[in-house]
Design a protein around this ligand. Structure first.
Ligand SMILES: Cc1cc2nc3c(=O)[nH]c(=O)nc-3n(C[C@H](O)[C@H](O)[C@H](O)COP(=O)(O)OP(=O)(O)OC[C@H]3O[C@@H](n4cnc5c(N)ncnc54)[C@H](O)[C@@H]3O)c2cc1C
Length: 550
């Protein structure tokens, strides 16, 4: 009698759904019976992408780059479960959808919930799936397997626990417990009175979401490139460390294929690792120059001004200005210039092509961070400084949203803060923001300050008891990130038992590895699906795919 394999998936948003998809794909072949426990208090699949959220909250990924099914390119040589990509699914319902549309996040939530039902209707005979509609509190090793403690105290013993709690609990009860987290929107900003002045700390995608909730979400509209206020808006002041707005996403030709690297190559990184103590790289010394050379290699016919633009994004200088008017004019000019490059798009704009190196060669950056990784100081630098730089350069808002932001600035609804790194202080009646980089000092008084960035947090609604429980027994990087091996298996602190049956994937793995916040893309090699095959390979008897040589 072959013994049954029991696997728990803790949290079933998109990442947990990928575990279901991979298990279904493998369970079609011969093997032991598998019992899959899907622990998720809500509907399966949507995770952070709640189908109920307002339509003005848009995806940051174009429609054709998202899928929850698999294909031969995503997992070469492994079994697949084919199904419609998000784009195909949307097209079947609305023929006007374009491959490069940034669609509402609510629509992705509906697709993911549909995909969960579709996958569950296709489970092979040897697989039994149970949806436990409850919250898990704790996950830890237990003998050769793992134990998962549920909120009612029940302890489940499994052969493998895959932690995919993503951005934490999405239930309203959890959201109500914490103040200061940016989501869910628009609830988080509903109490901000019209006419008050509110400072948003952060100018990335979270801030763009909040601005949408406070303007269009309050009845304002954009007509012929101008903003028509509803009168229900507060005045919004934008504050961040670097003092610049993020770069807009460029137009992307449908058939674009990134060029092969010439400097940031596997051989170059392997050589550097071989020469480094314990194989640990210094990101600033070893890798940044390669990224820089790779970007310049795409600018052979660029003008000096275009090269300067790229240099300024990749190596931000500590700028200073005579006064506030000069600073705001520079900020608007730079955003307009960036928008022109975004409109020219990839393949045409050397500026956007050069910056796109950071996206095109993301797998190489991930390989650089994977064990043996970076030196401790360099790991801190990468997480605290370089990741935000990459986000500003290539994970910015859609160009339409940047046009809207400039229209809001022109309408006086949004106000640039008083330059980079302003000093924030509390007065008896309000808050003040004082410039630190303007030669003629400038102060802006605000009624309220809101964190409009996720910082290092993954739990966007403030609560992830399982990730908290992992911190009590998993080893940590100096910056506090969990210590995981290359496949995502937890590395217990010294003294704890050996190989561990707890794997962590998706946002809670961030820091241990790089770039875990995304839904897989169809038609291209998928790290998340192949990593999952390696994790599942330990218990369901399939040969784990090799770590991909880049
Ligand atoms: C505002 C925002 C916008 C984004 N936009 C995009 C985008 O446009 N494109 C893109 O590719 N990615 C986007 N992302 C990145 C995001 O990480 C992925 O899209 C995706 O949601 C990750 O899936 P996940 O399952 O790991 O996490 P989540 O989507 O957060 O799902 C986690 C699930 O785990 C459950 N859970 C959590 N804790 C427990 C517990 N203790 N017990 C039981 N269940 C639990 C939750 O209820 C939830 O269902 C965005 C992220 C945010 C925050």
């Amino acid at each position: 009698m072959v013994s049954r394999v029991r696997i728990a998936v803790v949290g079933v948003g998109p990442r947990g759904l990928s575990v279901l998809e991979r298990v279904i794909s493998h369970a079609r072949s011969e093997g032991p019976p598998i019992e899959l426990l899907l622990i998720e208090p809500g509907e399966l699949g949507a995770g952070i992408h709640a189908p109920e959220q307002p339509d003005y909250l848009l995806l940051n990924t174009i429609a054709s780059q998202l899928t929850i099914f698999s294909d031969e390119q995503m997992t070469p040589g492994a079994p697949v479960t084919v199904g419609p990509s998000f784009f195909d699914w949307c097209r079947a319902r609305r023929s006007s959808v374009r491959f490069d549309d940034f669609l509402p996040r609510a629509l992705l939530g509906k697709y993911l919930q549909w995909a969960a039902r579709d996958l569950l209707s296709r489970t092979p005979a040897r697989l039994q799936v149970h949806h436990l509609r409850t919250v898990a509190l704790r996950v830890r090793p237990h003998g050769p397997g793992a134990s998962v403690t549920l909120v009612n105290g029940t302890e489940l013993h499994v052969d493998l626990a895959v932690v995919t709690t993503g951005h934490g609990l999405t239930t309203p009860e959890a959201a109500d417990e914490v103040v200061g987290t940016p989501y869910p929107l628009p609830d988080r900003v509903a109490a901000i009175p019209a006419g008050t002045t509110v400072a948003l700390r952060g100018t990335g995608l979270t801030s763009i979401d909040m601005i949408a909730a406070l303007t269009v979400g309050r009845g304002g509209s954009f007509v012929d490139g101008r903003y028509l206020p509803s009168g229900a808006e507060p005045r919004i002041v934008l504050v961040n460390r670097c003092g610049w707005l993020p770069c807009a996403r460029p137009v992307t030709p449908p058939d674009r294929r990134p060029a092969q690297p010439v400097h940031l190559t596997h051989a170059a990184v392997a050589e550097l690792r071989a020469a480094a103590v314990h194989g640990r790289l210094d990101f600033r010394r070893d890798i940044e120059p390669l990224v820089h050379r790779e970007a310049l290699a795409r600018m052979t016919s660029a003008t000096a001004r275009e090269i300067d633009t790229v240099e300024r994004v990749l190596h931000p200088a500590e700028d200073s200005w005579p006064g506030y008017p000069q600073y705001t004019a520079a900020l608007v000019d730079r955003a307009r210039a960036d928008l022109r490059e975004a409109e020219r798009g990839l393949g045409v704009s050397p500026v956007k092509e050069a910056l796109e190196v950071l996206r095109d060669h993301r797998e190489m950056l991930r390989a650089v961070v994977d064990p043996p990784g970076l030196t401790a100081e360099s790991h801190r630098y990468f997480v605290a400084d370089y990741v935000p730089l990459v986000n500003r350069a290539v994970i910015g808002p859609q160009k339409e949203r940047m046009h809207e932001l400039l229209a809001l600035i022109a309408a006086g609804v949004v106000l640039p803060g008083p330059g980079p790194r302003p000093d924030l202080a509390r007065t008896p009646t309000a808050w003040t923001l004082d410039s630190t980089r303007l030669r003629r000092p400038h102060r802006i008084a605000v009624d309220m300050v809101i964190e409009a960035n996720l910082g290092g947090r993954t739990a966007v609604h403030g609560r992830d008891p399982v990730a908290d429980s992992l911190r009590t027994w998993i080893g940590r990087y100096p910056g506090g990130h969990p210590l995981l091996d290359r496949d995502g298996f937890a590395v217990p602190r010294r003294g704890a038992a050996g190989p561990c049956a707890v794997a962590v994937l998706g946002p809670p793995a961030e820091g241990a590895s790089y770039y875990n916040h995304y839904v897989p893309s169809p038609g291209v090699w998928s790290r998340v699906l192949t990593d999952l095959d390696r994790v599942l390979g330990r218990v369901i008897g399939v040969a784990p795919p090799a770590v991909r040589a880049l």
